[in-house]
Ligand binder design. Structure first.
Ligand SMILES: [Zn+2]
Length: 235
């Protein structure tokens, strides 16, 4: 945890005490709104994904919310050094879905940021998300997965995403049993597919993918995904 995080925690505690004001609009909260630090209006901006899971790139990916309104703001916030604490809330929603879906995993890992993104932000937001998820669910955190620098997925078209992400992920060590891979947003599913391949080739028996948000309409085949127009990730 870097200095940036600690400083922003202090600033947050002074100006936005947890559970007292809304994480999105800053409005003062009632007692029953405090658990998630969202006022009713902003909480209403969290729109659940219909059916919960979609198949992208031939892999089932479970997503919690649609990538719009409050969920979209949360994804932007947790990568912002002024609001890294939003990662804890994202981790909480993911843990809830994990429990609700009765998923059973031995290890949890996350889609890591590239070295240049970590350098720019001072931290890897998904690491915080996964740490919170692990704390709540008791699933062991595995930090072996890492990413090489390359062209960001948001800079390429959907058709090029599977190709662009090829060989961008590696592992420092092994995985075991069923591994749940977490990410913030799924668009084409290319990144999660690639990570799943790496995790499986490093000892995992099975992988399940879980994301906080889903950026486009559920598609059933790789061809449909490749030709569809999805909102890009702000990564
Ligand atoms: Zn609000």
């Amino acid at each position: 945890m870097g200095i940036k995080r600690k400083l922003s925690d202090i600033i947050r505690e002074i100006f936005f005490p947890e559970g007292i004001t809304c994480n999105v609009c800053g409005k003062e909260l009632d007692k029953e709104q405090k658990e998630y630090s969202l006022c009713d209006e902003c909480n209403g901006g969290l729109i659940g994904v219909k059916d919960g899971s979609v198949v992208r790139g031939e892999r089932e990916i479970i997503s919690v919310f649609r990538y719009e309104k409050t969920a979209r703001k949360y994804v932007l916030y947790y990568k912002d050094s002024a609001k890294p604490y939003i990662a804890d809330y994202i981790g909480k929603y993911l843990a809830e879905r994990y429990v609700m879906a009765e998923m059973k995993a031995d290890e949890v890992c996350y889609v890591p940021s590239s070295p240049s993104a970590i350098k720019r932000r001072g931290y890897d937001g998904m690491k915080y998300v996964a740490t919170k998820f692990s704390e709540i669910t008791g699933v062991k955190l595995n930090e072996n997965l890492f990413r090489k620098d390359g062209i960001d997925q948001t800079k390429v078209t959907n058709e090029k995403r599977f190709e662009n992400v090829k060989d961008k992920f590696m592992s420092r060590g092994g995985f075991s049993g069923t591994v749940v891979i977490l990410d913030d947003v799924v668009t084409s599913g290319a990144t999660l597919n690639e990570c799943a391949d790496v995790v499986l080739s490093h000892g995992a028996d099975k992988v399940v993918c879980l994301t906080f948000a889903a950026a486009c309409e559920p598609k059933t085949t790789t061809e449909e995904i490749k030709t569809s127009v999805c909102e890009t990730k702000d990564k």
